[in-house]
Design a protein around this ligand. Sequence first.
Ligand code: AMP
Length: 431
Amino acid sequence: MAITTRPRGTNDILPAKIGIWHKIEDTIRRICHQFGYEEIRTPIFEHTELFERGIGEATDIVEKEMYTFTDRGQRSITLRPEGTAPVVRAFLENKLYGGTLPAKVYYVGPMFRYERPQAGRYRQFNQFGIEALGGADPALDVEMILIPIEVYKAVGLKDFEVQINSIGCPSCRTAYREALKDSLRENIHKFCPSCQSRFDKNPLRILDCKVKECIELTKDVPVLVDYLCTDCSEHFSKVKEYLDALNINYSLNNRLVRGFDYYTRTVFEIISVGLGSQNAVGGGGRYDGLIEEVGGQPHPAVGFAAGLERLVLALENQNMEVADQRTPDCYIAQFGGQTKTEAVKLAYELRQAGLWAEFDYMEKSLRAQMKAADKFGAKFVIVIGEEEIASNQVKVRSMVTGQEELVSLGDIKEYLIGHGGEKDGSMEANS
Ligand code: AMP
């Protein structure tokens, strides 16, 4: 195994590609704030038991996909495979339930699952997620759909589709489970081995199987929406009523169950039409029982998570490129020795003033430095030689007009700012 090869299922996001990530992350923050969601940052790793209890022992994630290890203190630790259980843990540990409810939070960060890598499916991937804890209002379920829609629209994603379903509460599901098992029992030997083992443990997950034969065999099974109790049915009607009032397009998918045990009532997924087999860009649902399952007092809650790599892929498929449009305010050319020291000093001074200054680190000739300035797209070039140091004046050449002006060393900062230098986040302002 070459140490210069990254582990399977991971990605390097290189500077040339970072523009699209910044655009997505900035958009997420802006839109979450507009909806009143604040950022939360939880650890990358948690106690394994949190995920076993939170996600459910009979789920693919817990059975097959977690990165679990024993640390030097003999504790079982797991790299987080998802963000909801950690947020619930933080809600309880930090007593956020004692503040204004619902607690509305969002997160952006890496998740880890030992899956079979392919385009759009990785072992380390980034998710953006939102959670509203301590609220049962169907208007919150709708916010979980609206926020990603607004993010996707704002970053320019085209052709995506919202699918919703209700999987009821444990009491409606008990009756449904039996009806489903009754309808599957006769043919269960024809299903794939995973579905056969799901039959007793978690029969609803059979509806989520991607194997063609299993999909075909479950075509006419009873659907959960027909088994909803009055409360769950009313809740689902409200969700649909609000979505209709907001003119949000969605389709009902009564096979949608999602991969976690914790969901109750509303579940939904957002599909990007052009993405091929890994086409879910995000999904979520209500998890009214999870907080109690993890050890707290019962609190209803609802959440959503979106994969950022898949969003980037979908945007790239639309040929969207987000290049960094910024260029250096100036390039400082020099001749080595004392002139290099002056260049190092001047660059630091300009950078402290919030300007972007570049100079040469590779002992290039003056000619090569001028080429580099051009390649950078620097707005101005300043040449510092022995003479310039002696006279305390330098020639500032505009790379746009070709015009040159003599400016004293102490005035360069003001000169560049006066000629369109972009002051972003001056360090002086913070000191
Ligand atoms: P989940 O947490 O499984 O509900 O997934 C939410 C979203 O995260 C999915 O819709 C995907 O966009 C993304 N996602 C989940 N697993 C992966 C993965 N292994 N690689 C890349 N993205 C993923």
